[in-house]
Ligand binder design. Sequence first.
Ligand SMILES: *[C@@H]1O[C@H](CO)[C@@H](O)[C@H](O)[C@H]1NC(C)=O
Length: 146
Amino acid sequence: MKTITVLVIVAAVASSVQAANCGVVPTQFALTSFISTPSPPCIGRQLCISVSGTLNTPIIEGSKLNIAGKFLNHLVYADNYDLCKLLADQGTPCPLPITTTDATVCINVKTNAPPNVGSNVTFAAFNGDGGTIWCEETKGVVVKNC
Ligand SMILES: *[C@@H]1O[C@H](CO)[C@@H](O)[C@H](O)[C@H]1NC(C)=O
């Protein structure tokens, strides 16, 4: 099955971590599950996320994945990706049809990620049509040197 991987670190954090939609509506992808490996995320290493859900709009070229980590309102981590490139790397090139229910994407956790600190991370995916695919903020994301 194909997977739409929009959330990157969300799944990698402890069960005590609170994840919530950013409040952006409407979204094009309704998430039902995700798996992230490894957990916790390792600085400088690959992190892969697999998600399942329902897509109401095809994901097309020009889509982006933006990750921003904040610690007490200071931006401590930022990374932006071409979402279609990430998907293509996993064998699911855009466009992704609305029949897509599963997808995986992998990124490398940047080496300047602050270790052992619980930061609030926003994951936002925007479609090439300008719509929001998904936006979620996860509180207390901890990345490690591992
Ligand atoms: C995360 O957000 C909450 C508010 O939802 C805030 O109280 C907390 O200080 C934030 N944590 C960090 C590390 O910025």
